[in-house]
Design a protein around this ligand. Structure first.
Ligand SMILES: [Zn+2]
Length: 375
């Protein structure tokens, strides 16, 4: 009896030591995700603010993030670009990065937040097997970017309730959606971590009198709202012109009205609770869906997947999917072109508030794999 007790004690100590060794081994890699990617301030960046400048309640938290301001100095319109609302949708983030590093405003002001939910970039989704980073052989040298999660890191907001109740509408969603920034708008100053981040973005839009807000996303190929612009009803004339302009360049984008009954989303709440014209853009992300094969850096960057080619042949997808897949450069090119078309359409429809941005690559160049040249 004594002997068994002694053996159990030794076994417990060994197991604890093994657990401590595993934790010690993975901690540096886990903590490295908290270090933001190094972005280059491009020729158009006039200042870098913090999101907490608009709501001090997030200062010092991992929800605080850089806000790049590109001010032409010429009076005009203002736009806010949100990348990284969902940190597992890299085309949205990379399009925002491309604007920070290359855009030159000639009239009006452009605000860019590459990681709208900065906390979501600090961890990956459990059981998804996604790489933590992806690498681009860029013109300026090899660059590494984080691939994160759809939701806020549980280290920043925990535990999830069984049911998430959206504060201002009372809408009920599954508990994990409590950490989804795109279900948290317009946010609350005294709410959860995610609601505070949403509130900071809403406050920026109000304070800077942002005319147009575009929230950049991607969707899995088997999801129906894909390769589309989702627009608040006040932004419909703008979005319609964007879709037509893109079609002339052979870039096909659907046009979806923002549902009034689906609450907490940027295109609904920002349009309802501020004066901004709110749009959300969806692209195609082969590294996100359930039917995908091996999830590695190549899938993120090259976007090729045999299983999706088979799924397309079986009629299971909402986008074309052939052997060429959906490379990141093409997807980022679609977002960049859609944003440029948005600024152009806004200038056409509101000539007293011009929003003129230059320095961005054309779609054909991006579709030919040209992203690396602009990084
Ligand atoms: Zn998304």
């Amino acid at each position: 009896m004594e002997r068994t007790k002694k053996n159990n004690t030794i076994l417990s100590i060994l197991l604890l030591a093994a657990a401590a060794a595993v934790i010690a081994a993975v901690t540096p890699s886990y903590l490295s995700m908290r270090k933001p990617d190094a972005l280059r301030k491009g020729p158009g960046v006039t200042s870098v603010a913090k999101l907490s400048d608009y709501f001090p309640g997030i200062k010092g938290s991992s929800g605080d993030t850089d806000v790049y301001v590109l001010d032409s100095g010429v009076p005009g319109g203002s736009a806010l670009v949100l990348g990284g609302t969902h940190a597992n949708e890299p085309a949205g983030y990379m399009a925002a990065v491309l604007f920070v590093e290359n855009a030159v405003p000639k009239a009006g002001r452009l605000f860019v937040i590459p990681y709208a939910n900065a906390s979501a970039a600090t961890h990956a989704d459990p059981m998804e097997g996604t790489p933590r980073r992806f690498t681009i052989a860029a013109a300026s040298g090899e660059r590494s970017f984080r691939f994160g999660s759809r939701a806020t890191n549980p280290a920043d907001q925990w535990p999830d309730p069984d049911i998430y109740i959206h504060a201002s509408s009372g809408q009920q969603l599954s508990g994990s959606e409590t950490r989804n920034l795109n279900r948290a708008y317009p946010g609350r100053p005294d709410g959860t971590f995610t609601e505070k981040v949403a509130y900071a973005i809403t406050s920026l839009i109000r304070k800077e009198k942002i005319d147009v807000t575009v929230d950049l996303h991607e969707a899995s190929p088997e999801y129906p709202v894909i390769n589309a612009v989702v627009a608040h009803e006040r932004a419909m004339p703008l979005a319609s012109e964007v879709v037509l302009t893109l079609e002339l360049d052979n870039i096909l984008m659907g046009l979806e009205p923002s549902p009034k009954s689906l609450r907490g989303l940027s295109h609904r709440e920002l349009g309802d609770s501020t004066d901004t014209l709110a749009l959300l853009m969806e692209d195609t992300n082969p590294a996100q869906g359930r039917l995908r094969g091996k999830t590695d850096e190549a899938l993120i960057v090259e976007g090729k997947d045999e299983l999706y080619v088979r799924a397309q042949k079986l009629g299971r997808l909402f986008v074309p999917f052939d052997e060429n897949g959906w490379p990141l450069s093409t997807r980022v090119g679609r977002h960049v072109s859609a944003l440029m078309a948005t600024f152009e359409a806004f200038t056409n429809q509101t000539p007293d508030k011009p929003l003129v941005i230059e320095g961005m690559p054309a779609f054909d160049e991006m579709a030919a794999g040209g992203m690396a040249k602009y990084l």
